[in-house]
Every structure is written in structure tokens, then in C-alpha cells.
Design a protein around this ligand. Structure first.
Ligand code: ADP
Ligand code: MG
Length: 234
């Protein structure tokens, strides 16, 4: 089964007297463990696609299937539950809470969804270890580098063991080496957790670390093609 399936998804935003089409009959399937890069010029609709896939925005028409469930047929409450349990979201800015330690950022998120504190703490420690921050669990955001903060963000998104991971320009604020290690970490996460992953990226250099690349232009998505080493994507 595909973990994420967008079927003929169109999204119109109000624009003055009329509307503008941010997503134009988009079709996309991502399987468990598949890592898809999404490239395209600024304003082409990449973030809109992630927001629709995350069920944060309901499309004007079309279906958004998450783990076999048509999210467009759900109530707001059901959607919130689906999103909480099945969807991990990682944006460019980690949005960590300044007063909390790395471990607490993860524990709070999980505890809010009903996990016991004890279980959440064990899981947080495991995930921080996995993202290479085992020794930094008690540090607060200002004591971490940009790359480390993004690692906390990734670990936090994995607390719910999501089926779908949506990542919007995770390396835009990082230098080359840190960017590469973040994309490599996402590759490992995708494999280890068997999560369907879409990453919006400007760094086409890292596309070969992913399985497939789809490109967006004026709201139209090309079908994903294999992301072979050395193959340009422009
Ligand atoms: P990208 O992530 O590729 O830069 P976006 O999805 O952010 O593209 O934007 C696609 C288009 O939709 C752009 O023209 C943008 O101005 C427009 N847009 C994005 N969000 C909104 C919104 N909330 N309201 C109206 N227009 C929007
Ligand atoms: Mg964007």
C-alpha cells in the first residue's frame, strides 16, 4: 500500500477578485521507505504540496490518502488525530521551545498525545541517540548548533512513528557539510523507520541520496523519476 497518495489534487488560493492555482491536478504516490525529492522554482507550489499532504490545508478538489485513509473526508477532529499519529513535519526552522532541553522537546510532544512520561522519556533518549545527540539531551536550543537543532527537530517528528514524513528545505539555513549530514540522516531515518518521505530542496547536489525526484512548476508536478547519481535535475 502507498503511504501517501495525492490524487488529482488542485488547490486554489483567493487572489484579488479571482483565484490563483497553487496546485494543478497533482498526482503523487509515495511508498513506505521511499524518499522523494521535490524541486522547483520559488513560488511553484512546493510548500503548498507539503501543506496539503500534511492535511494542514484541504485541497479545493482531489483526494489526499494517508496510510489508506482519505483525509479529505474527515472532520477537523479526526484530521488532527490522523496528523498527530501518522504525519511527521519538519520545516526549515526547527521551532524549538527556548526553555526546554532537547529531551524535553520530544517528551512534551509525545506526552501531549497520551503517551506516558516514562515511555516518552525512553523513546526520546533512543531517538536523540539515533540522530547523534545522545550526549546533548540536556542541552537547550541556545546551547546547540543549527545542525544540532535540526536534528532535534527530526527526532521530534519521529516520536509518533509517522507513516509520512514531510520535510521543507531542511538545509536552507545550514552550511554544505551540515546540509549533507542532515540529508544523510533523513535517508537513514527513511530506511530505518520505513517512512514515506518527501523533501523539498534547493540543494540538487543531495538529490542522488534520495530515491526519486519530482519537479514542480506553476503548480504542475512532473512524475517522479529515479534520482540517479550524476543525473541533473534542472
Ligand atoms: P514554493 O514553496 O514552491 O515557493 P508555495 O507553495 O509557497 O511555493 O507558493 C505557491 C504559490 O501560492 C505562490 O504564488 C504563493 O504566492 C501562493 N501562496 C502560497 N501560500 C498562499 C496563501 N496562504 N494565500 C495565497 N497565496 C498563497
Ligand atoms: Mg516553499
Amino acid at each position: 500500500m502507498t503511504a501517501l497518495n495525492l490524487i488529482n489534487v488542485t488547490l486554489n488560493y483567493p487572489d484579488g477578485e479571482g483565484t490563483m492555482t497553487a496546485l494543478d491536478a497533482v498526482n503523487l504516490s509515495v511508498h513506505p521507505g521511499q524518499f522523494v525529492s521535490l524541486v522547483g522554482p520559488s513560488g511553484s507550489g512546493k510548500s503548498s504540496l507539503l501543506a496539503v499532504a500534511a492535511t494542514l490545508i484541504k485541497p479545493t478538489s482531489g483526494l489526499v490518502m494517508i496510510d489508506g485513509v482519505d483525509s479529505t473526508a474527515l472532520t477537523e477532529k479526526e484530521l488532527a488525530t490522523l496528523r498527530r499519529d501518522k504525519v511527521g513535519i519538519i520545516f526549515q526552522q526547527p521551532n524549538l521551545l527556548a526553555s526546554l532541553t532537547a529531551a524535553e522537546q520530544l517528551v512534551i510532544t509525545d506526552h501531549l498525545r497520551g503517551t506516558s512520561l516514562r515511555t516518552a522519556r525512553v523513546r526520546a533518549a533512543e531517538l536523540l541517540e539515533l540522530v547523534g545527540l545522545g550526549g546533548s539531551a540536556q542541552k537547550r536550543p541556545h546551547q546547540l548548533s543549527g545542525g544540532q537543532r535540526q536534528r532535534v527537530n527530526i527526532a521530534r517528528a519521529l516520536m509518533a512513528q509517522p507513516k509520512v514524513l514531510l520535510v521543507d528545505e531542511p538545509t536552507a539555513a545550514l552550511d554544505h557539510d551540515r546540509s549533507e549530514s542532515i540529508v544523510r540522516l533523513l535517508r537513514d531515518v527513511c530506511d530505518e523507520f520505513n517512512v514515506a518521505t518527501i523533501m523539498v530542496t534547493h540543494d540538487t547536489e543531495f538529490v542522488p541520496l534520495t530515491d526519486a525526484v519530482a519537479s514542480m512548476r506553476d503548480g504542475v508536478l512532473t512524475a517522479p523519476v529515479p534520482a540517479l547519481p550524476g543525473v541533473g535535475v534542472h
